[in-house]
Design a protein around this ligand. Sequence first.
Ligand code: ADE
Length: 322
Amino acid sequence: SLEKSLRPQTLDEYIGQEKIKRNLAVFIQAAKQRQESLDHILLFGPPGLGKTTLAMIVANELGTKLHTITGPAIERTGDLAAVLTVLGPGDVLFIDEIHRIPKSAEEILYSAMEDFCIDILIGKSEETKRSVRVPLPPFTLVGATTKAGMISSPLRDRFGIIGHLEYYKPEELFQIIRRSASILDTVIDDEGAMEIARRSRGTPRVANRLLKRVRDFAQIKGNGLITKAIADQGLLALDIDSEGLDTMDRRILSAIIDQFRGGPVGIETLASTLGEGRDTLEYMVEPFLLQQGFIQRTPRGRIATEKTYQHLGRVISERRAV
Ligand code: ADE
């Protein structure tokens, strides 16, 4: 395509997630040496940390084809059977949001993963209705989901390799931004790259998006070079604050402070107050705020921390006693 891909194509090109990378390199090499399909892989982690990229890299490193589908796109068992029956030997099937597949499809996955076969119901009338066993080639399922606990244990137990993706360190995002800038033919200095890295919520997808927008500011408001000053200007315009929090992050933190006197507040209550889905809040937004120490979980719900009061310029003495 015209758009140059910022996605790394190999494990060597992939920056960060060192533990997963190191382990995958061994498992991939071992499977190739034995001329077997790689064991099934389950990836956990918030959006934008590179689960899809890893699935693409696994297929690329194996030298096989990648097939992709998302959990919610599988409405009936036939949707799943359709992708399973076109797999070639050793191919990778990536199911994003695997926790959202219907139970009936999940049961088909069990035999597909374990025995490389599926049972399909055929026949229209009661007399002709029967089940046919369809063999599948050995393949590798890569499943991705946002959080442990969203996936049933029978399904989880059928994955031989489990990886938890973590938020990236600013130094890792710095390297990713330098690499992306080079692919985009954009000049960025170290201070500019570090400023974007620090304010990217630990997330490469965010870092690459902010890089592209800051590049626009550099081109139109500057001389094309991305400096710290240009990064500051761009990020301010995008409502990304000094800690990298976006509008949604600040809405959540402000709601805990203003409407629940700092908490504790249950996730369900907080979600409905904000008009957001509970899962969006719990698995996509909150993990970063927890990791950065803006929110703490208590048995009675979420509370805003001292750091949050300071960052938002609020008075902590107005907080409810916890
Ligand atoms: N682009 C997006 N994520 C990346 C990663 N983890 N390594 C290198 N480039 C990336």
